[in-house]
Design a protein around this ligand. Sequence first.
Ligand code: PMT
Length: 415
Amino acid sequence: MRFWKEKRLLLGISGGIAACKTPELIRLCREAGATVTVVVTEAALQFVTRTTLEALSGGPVHGDLFAPGGSMEHIHLGRETELVILAPATADLLARMAAGIGNDLLTTLLLAHQGPVLAAPAMNCRMWRHPATRRNVALLQGDGLHLVGPETGTLACGEEGEGRMAEPPAILEAGRRLLTPQILAGKHLLMTVGPTREALDPVRYLTNHSSGKMGMAIAAAALRAGARVSLVHGPTASSPPSGATAIPVTSAREMAAATLGLWPDCDAAILTAAVADYRPATSQAQKMKKDGSGAALTLELVENPDILATLSARRAAPPPPGSTPLPASPLLVGFAAETGSALDHGREKLRRKGCDLLVVNDVAEAGSGFGEETNRVSLLWRNGREEHWPLLTKAEVGERLVAQVAAALATTGAK
Ligand code: PMT
């Protein structure tokens, strides 16, 4: 599934130093499959060349309201696009838009355009904080303008503050969120992601291979679909997607405490974490030393709380298997990492843990499970329905799963 394939974007570039990032933005958009039409203000060409923009966008760069043969361009260009991105959106461009001025091709086109517009403001921090800019931004947001950024950091002038243009991947992601149907709008999704670490001593711990990629992909898809996402995650190199409320934890007991605390407020919980089933009975305060005798070391392990089973037990008793509709909210989704007879183990685990849906991945299969970019999963529903998906990217699994969760929530009429 290539979201941007055949989507038509119009990139409006105004005159600020951040315009030098727009070639990268165009490259990303086109790589994702979108077509990009570039419209510049006169000042934009002080910062990025027409030749660069034409080479990367693969088309002419528009900028002249009165170009020979270009009559009605301000109407046609806006009509032929799904999303207008303004990057960078300077203080001057925002001011002209707020006042409804159309004194060049870009501002005239914006007056005529009826679809969504996403602006990535970029300017000096004092310009961004200036009452006139505050007023203009508030007015434009009231009119339906969407913003991404600006970020806080070092500015081109050397000052520190809010005013840096959002990075091109963040702009593209914000655009994608704008164009995604909001099937989870108003829903609160609780997730567990990644591994847990169980300390043996201050130096060593027990853990597993979970990279957090599967969970983060689901969280990203849910955010795009309009959900509020609380993400309780173990130590992982994967970053939570922007917009999620991330709650970093280390051990299974910390993950359990954070998850149980958030559970009463959520509409659905998707537990993708590879939680350590056991922890050392005691964690040494000092580093354990070997005595050099060659004798075996025996570790005593005790069972960790089972978060999924605990949440399941806290819900009202669900209806028996085979009945419809699905149990009342919160909807509870578990994951199972299995090896060998994965589906049989999964069916047994679904019964034992009492969730509504168990997503089974055979982690012994090539390209599936821990650390991979792809996954092959089977969905086992409490009511007996089963789906077996082909090998997909984790991003695709996330999107499909979010669609299933949204449909199930719509059926149950969850809060
Ligand atoms: O993170 P990646 O590298 O992208 O890999 C993804 C994944 C393989 C980790 C993921 O797709 C996955 O399968 N996660 C669940 C792994 C697992 O621990 O399965 P399990 O069979 O041990 O647990 C079953 C369910 O109970 C899971 O939802 C788990 O979060 C939950 N559980 C388990 C133990 C425990 N103490 N508490 C729990 O809540």
